[in-house]
Ligand binder design. Structure first.
Ligand code: TYM
Length: 335
């Protein structure tokens, strides 16, 4: 007979603190984390080990790590419900990565789109860590026996590798890891650049006009949206050949919670100018309270530290338990 437990299913996700967070992070990840935190046991991590696969300024990395934590809370993550922690504080992440490395083919890592993109972008520093990045990500997820991993579309390939590694390890020894499912939102899984809507909105894009940062002021948000690149047509319609307008419709949906269909009818017969003006206002209204909460939190370092220390303790309990199991299975002597 199966034991009845009241344990909630588990979620793990993370953000790499390599820049100021963007509307892409909010749409693809954070806003879903907030929705899921009542039904799941949640672990949300600031992935500083991932950040150093690209050279970082140490003082800047420390600052960004705390800013990212503050932004998680400002976006609605409740530290009394969810565990928030810094990846490097839980050493088991690096330890499990080593074991999983021995189960990962070189070919599997070299096929990763993000590795290919980043090694082109940072051709002066194609390091082993960059190559190994998806294995570290698998360790992050598998340590917590996560059922679900809420991410944007760009992380899907890494999730597939995670599932393969979990299955391979389980098959080779015996059931050890939960095989996780990706949780990718239907709308907002891929927020596009405002200047080149064929490309993902990315914090590392040198063209700042293409990115809506969560710390941008009302004026900056409105200007970026008004100057956004759209196609040559005139209809406000969600379509494959209208990447710019489709992206703005997605943003409008996220800001107002109205369906894309309803927004299309609201703007039937109206021009791009009117539509952009409305999206600009809606986006500024949507991001303002998040930014205001963020500003309060970032000025209270003591409170942030307490939350992250508590998070580390919680996270470590689970991570240590999984790692012990793994070490035993692979044949490491444990006293
Ligand atoms: P990162 O920091 O690049 O992005 C964090 C999350 O935001 C999503 N995202 C987007 N979603 C929609 N549109 C966009 N333009 C956009 N930009 C970013 C990403 O899909 C992601 O969900 N390797 C991960 C961090 C990580 C992680 C993990 C995630 C480390 N370990 C374990 C999940 C589970 C990364 O660099 O995400």
């Amino acid at each position: 007979m199966e034991l009845q437990t009241d344990q909630k299913p588990v979620i793990l996700s993370g953000v790499t603190p390599s820049g100021i967070l963007t509307m892409g992070h909010l749409a693809g990840a954070l806003s879903n984390w907030v929705k899921l935190q009542d039904k799941f046991e949640c672990y949300f991590m600031i992935a500083d080990l991932h950040a150093i696969t690209v050279r970082q300024n140490p003082a800047e990395l420390r600052k960004r790590t705390l800013e990212t934590a503050a932004m998680f809370i400002a976006a609605g993550i409740d530290p009394d419900k969810s565990t928030l922690f810094i990846q490097s504080h839980v050493t088991e992440h690096a330890q499990l990565t080593w074991v999983l490395n021995t189960f990962t083919g070189m070919g599997e890592c070299s096929r990763m789109t993000q590795f290919k993109d980043k090694s082109t972008q940072h051709s002066e520093n194609v390091n082993v860590g960059l190559f190994d990045y998806p294995v570290l990500m698998a360790a992050d997820i598998l340590l917590y026996q996560a059922d679900l991993v809420p991410v944007g579309e760009d992380q899907k390939q890494h999730l597939e590798l995670t599932r393969n590694l979990a299955q391979r390890f389980n098959h080779n020894y015996s059931d050890t890891f939960k095989v996780p499912e990706p949780y990718i939102p239907e709308v907002g899984a891929r927020i596009m650049s405002l200047q080149d809507p064929e490309k993902k909105m990315s914090k590392s894009d040198p063209n700042q006009g293409s990115i809506l940062f969560l710390t941008d002021s009302d004026e900056v948000i409105k200007n970026k949206i008004k100057r956004s690149v759209t196609d040559s047509g005139s209809e406000i319609k969600f379509a494959d050949n209208k990447a710019g307008i489709s992206n703005l419709l997605t943003l409008m949906h996220l800001a107002t919670k109205r369906s894309i269909k309803d927004i299309e009818s609201d703007f039937a017969g109206k021009g791009y100018g009117d539509f952009k003006m409305a999206v600009a206002e809606a986006m500024a209204d949507y991001l303002r309270p998040i930014r205001q909460r963020y500003e309060e939190l970032i000025n209270n370092k003591q409170q942030l530290t307490e939350i992250l220390v508590r998070g580390e303790e919680n996270a470590r309990k689970i991570a240590a338990k999984t790692l012990r199991k793994v070490y035993k299975k692979v044949g490491f002597v444990q006293f």
